[in-house]
Design a protein. Structure first.
Length: 153
């Protein structure tokens, strides 16, 4: 089984760029149009900026990621990269199926954020990989992933 969330990542990036354009356009109209008095301009600029900042903090906390999963003959392969600005390093985890011992789905940030924690067997005992964000996966892909991982537990 092979899948990724490329389409969702494209939509999230498109939404981010459109929001930036809407923010800049709205602020330009409010400030430079001359339709509002000075106090109203300041109030609108602050309100619009606060909404934009709150939205961006919310999206940052979700930690949406590009996610790719590949199950081949003897390995489970995970590829992922955060969509956060300044944190887009690509990461990979390859686990031999015989060493895979389970997983945990951890919900946080008011149950908006989901992380996958993989458990593997090592020479020193059971180890956990760092969390992988599943927030940007569709429900269909989450079900496919969980069904696939449950086969090897």
């Amino acid at each position: 089984m092979v899948f990724d969330n490329r389409e969702i990542v494209f939509k999230l990036n498109k939404r981010r760029y459109i929001l930036i354009l809407v923010y800049i356009t709205t602020m330009s109209v409010v400030i430079f149009s001359g339709l509002f008095d000075e106090r109203l301009i300041i109030g609108l600029a602050i309100a619009i900026s606060l909404l934009y900042i709150v939205y961006n903090v919310f999206i940052y906390q979700l930690n949406n990621s590009y996610f790719s999963y590949n199950e081949n003959k003897d390995k489970l392969m995970f590829r992922f990269a955060s969509l956060r600005p300044f944190d887009s390093r690509k990461q990979a985890i390859d686990i031999r199926k015989k060493d895979f011992k389970g997983f945990i789905i951890k919900k946080s940030f008011m149950n908006f954020r989901e992380d996958l924690i993989l458990k593997v067997s090592t020479k020193k005992g059971l180890a956990n990989y760092p969390p992988i964000s599943l927030t940007a996966l569709s429900a269909k892909h989450k079900d496919m992933l969980l069904n696939s991982l449950n086969q090897f537990v």
